[in-house]
Design a binder for this molecule. Structure first.
Ligand code: UGA
Length: 442
């Protein structure tokens, strides 16, 4: 078993650190945020992630997992994982300030040779630069590894323990061996390569998944116009193993801390080497359009939205998380407020974060309260709570039961049995009652 340090206790660092302690390693997680460390030392998780908190507590009890803000406490580590944030700068490129702060602190602290493993998503070439940076400041030998993460928020522990692959990039065979030993208990296929290719695998993977989503969203818009059903189309496409069925769910566009940031960073990176990444630029453009689509549809349906009471169900960028970063809900709330609508919103976990951003929005304490008296409603995040909400409630509670389902939470058959006007993504509209239809009627 190895002595491991993880620098940065965000989603990636915390989940990876906790998971590595769970398979028996001795792990110290470090963060410069004292409040976060205080919370973690008490066994509390600063992020909402299924099963994470009990796993933190269990491994603390077994004395395999500890938390600190002091670099001296990780001096004896054989492996140091860097998992700090690389936020987006205004030009779309990744901000590497936190990476270099961690590199500086590592260089100042270590008193023996160490394998440094970069888990943060960093532009191609960064790991080599960071290695040179640390090595120039310490006499102890540094072995550098790029080991990108493929964890989905809300599914992170499962992805860690049952991932499709572990990518290990390094020009140092001993470092590759060390990291392979560290991950061996997970029993996941490992792929080894050089530093630059490992860094690129991460961007290319996220960009490809984002491309699949924008592709199916474009198909969904055409489906709406020609009377096809995007769910059937995606199913038929996905049965071809070369295409695969995952990430073909049409919706209101991708959000979160990864796809929007990484796609823009890759366009920027390509531009730096004078390559115009036309395809990825279109993927981003389609996503922006998709995030705005529900508001466009509401305007098309109602004309002006001034004074309309509109309920937004779901704020998080996807279910299973309270993360609002780049969520479609932010675009939708912002636009609806500018259109002069009165908004009530409800989300099972993301409301505390949204309240700070949108003082003009009313936040309901449950879904029924949110729908009461509304003129229009929109489902923005596909929480189970909304998928399981009985359809007759919309008619009972709303002023008029007009629902825009941005996540196709209901089957068309069940909707057809209700007295409801229903618009979803890439499927025929149902129950249209007024003039000027929005899309094709069922
Ligand atoms: C994504 C990747 O899936 C992970 O493999 C990667 O490690 C992570 O980014 C990262 O770079 O850290 P995540 O952002 O947590 O993970 O979320 P996803 O589950 O991939 O969803 C991203 C967005 O795409 C969500 O807004 C979701 O609603 C949307 N989506 C996803 C669709 O609209 N349709 C789909 O079929 C799938």
């Amino acid at each position: 078993m190895k002595k491991i340090a993880v620098v940065g206790t965000g989603y990636v660092g915390l989940v990876t650190g906790v998971g590595l302690s769970h398979i028996g390693h001795e792990v110290t997680c470090l963060d410069v945020d004292h409040e976060k460390i205080d919370l973690l030392q008490k066994g509390r998780s600063p992020i909402y992630e299924v099963s994470l908190e009990p796993m933190i507590q269990e491994n603390q009890k077994q004395k395999r997992l500890s938390f600190t803000s002091k670099y001296e406490d990780i001096q004896e580590s054989e492996i140091i994982l860097i998992a700090v944030g690389t936020p987006q700068q205004t030009d779309g490129s990744a901000n590497l300030t936190y990476i270099y702060e961690a590199a500086e602190a590592i260089a100042q602290t270590i008193n023996q040779g160490v394998t440094v493993v970069v888990k943060s998503t960093v532009p191609v070439g960064t790991c080599q630069d960071v290695k040179n940076y640390i090595q120039a400041k310490t006499p102890f030998p540094i072995q550098m590894v790029s080991n990108p993460e493929f964890l989905r928020e809300g599914n992170a522990l499962k992805d860690l323990f049952e991932g499709d692959r572990i990518v290990i990039g390094s020009d140092d065979r001993k470092a590759i061996q060390t990291v392979m030993e560290m991950y061996a208990p997970f029993d996941i296929p490992m792929m080894t390569t050089d530093l630059a290719s490992a860094e690129m695998i991460k961007y290319a993977s996220n960009a490809f998944l984002a491309t699949k989503i924008s592709f199916i969203n474009e198909i969904s818009s055409i489906c709406e116009k020609v009377g096809a059903n995007v769910e059937a189309v995606a199913k038929g496409m996905g049965m071809d193993r070369r295409i695969g069925s995952s990430f073909l769910q049409a919706g209101i566009g991708y959000g979160g801390s990864c796809f929007p940031k990484d796609t823009k960073a890759l366009v920027q990176m390509a531009g730096n080497v004078e390559h115009q990444f036309d395809l990825l630029e279109s993927v981003i453009h389609v996503n922006n359009k998709q995030q705005n689509k529900i508001v466009d549809q509401m305007k098309e349906r109602c004309g002006s939205l001034v004074g309309k009471r509109i309920t937004i169900l779901g704020l998080a960028f996807k279910p299973g998380t309270d993360d609002l970063r780049e969520a479609a809900s932010l675009v939708i709330l912002d636009r609806l407020l500018r259109e002069g609508a009165f908004i009530t919103a409800y989300d099972p976990v993301a409301m505390p974060r949204a309240k700070e951003k949108f003082p003009a929005v009313t936040f309901a304490s449950n879904v029924k309260e949110a729908l009461a008296g509304a003129d229009l409603a929109a489902i923005v995040t596909e929480w189970d709570e909304f998928k399981e909400l009985p359809l007759p409630l919309y008619d009972e509670l709303m002023n008029e039961p007009i629902l825009f389902d941005g996540r196709n939470c209901y089957s068309l058959d069940e909707v057809r049995e209700q007295d409801i006007e229903y618009y979803s993504v890439g499927r025929p509209a149902i129950g249209y009652r007024k003039s000027a239809p929005l899309t094709h009627k069922a």
